[in-house]
Design a protein around this ligand. Structure first.
Ligand SMILES: C[S@@+](CC[C@H](N)C(=O)[O-])C[C@H]1O[C@@H](n2cnc3c(N)ncnc32)[C@H](O)[C@@H]1O
Length: 263
């Protein structure tokens, strides 16, 4: 409803753009929307967002945080991204941004953004630049991502909490790169993606090293990687039985790439 009111007001204002008071009101509306988004982000980051996590999800996320806080230095180092990985990430970012258009910034939510290795690439990969939010459970990974600079905004949160009660502008793409197997409840994460995606927007699961690599991680330590990646359209269907997402495509190769479209 609020969105409709803002849209209608914006239209009225656009008609009277020559009037200085209309410009002032437009700028106040923009600033109110920005404030609302910042307040939402603060609520999510301080755990004051809607709905407390179950004890199981909280325990799982605590372990993720510990593991990735202590691995952040490695993930931020050149060792973690040799030239072949860099090239794969460039190609992934390009492919993710294929539907972008020159007249609008492409809006991406990068889930499990880590040190921002993919988040920073969208601005150059999208035809009209990109407006990127990275969301990650690990404060140290987010700190490393912020230290690397670039335009993305980073939030420390579980994607499920980030999406609950989200009222900001909807995203064109929600990307789970090299993190989908780490997530406590993959269906809940996809429902969260659907909540923040614009109609026709895409939820994408990608992994530069492929699904077999994720299976190995799962076998090594299921407390960190509780699941693998969906290998078929049927696997994808099962994950989104309660979400308004339609499985569109899966390429079970190296790199791995799968895509759902928001109904
Ligand atoms: C293997 S790292 C990958 C980081 C980055 N995407 C990359 O490609 O380098 C997985 C990341 O997912 C994050 N993560 C796991 N579950 C998450 C969740 N429910 N919400 C947000 N981030 C999550 C972890 O904190 C970790 O930083």
């Amino acid at each position: 409803m609020a969105r409709l009111v803002v849209a209608a007001t914006t239209l009225t204002l656009a008609r009277g753009l020559q009037q200085p008071h209309a410009l002032r009101t437009l700028s106040r509306l923009r600033s109110a929307a920005k404030d609302a988004l910042e307040q939402h982000t603060e609520r999510v980051q301080t755990g004051a967002g809607p709905g407390a996590p179950s004890p199981e999800r909280a325990a799982h996320n605590k372990r993720q945080q510990e593991v990735f806080d202590s691995a952040a230095e490695f993930f931020a180092s050149p060792e973690a991204s040799p030239p072949e990985v860099e090239a794969t990430l460039d190609a992934l970012a390009k492919r993710i941004c294929e539907p972008s258009r020159p007249e609008a910034a492409f809006r991406v939510l990068d889930v499990g953004s880590g040190t921002g290795c993919l988040s920073r690439r969208y601005a150059a990969a999208a035809a009209g630049g990109a407006d990127v939010t990275g969301v990650d459970l690990s404060p140290e990974m987010v700190k490393a991502a912020r230290a690397k600079g670039g335009n993305p905004t980073y939030v420390v949160a579980d994607v499920v909490d980030y999406a609950a009660g989200y009222e900001g502008d909807l995203y064109d793409a929600v990307v789970f790169n090299a993190c989908f197997g780490n997530i406590f409840d993959r269906s809940a994460a996809l429902r969260a993606a659907a909540k923040v995606l614009a109609p026709g927007g895409r939820a994408l699961i990608t992994h530069p090293l492929g699904a077999a690599f994720v299976d190995e991680l799962h076998e090594r330590d299921a407390s960190v990687v509780p699941a693998g990646l969906p290998r078929t359209l049927l696997d994808m269907e099962e994950l989104v039985s309660e979400a308004p997402l339609t499985p569109a495509f899966v390429e079970d190769a190296v790199p791995y790439f799968s895509e759902f479209v928001r109904d």
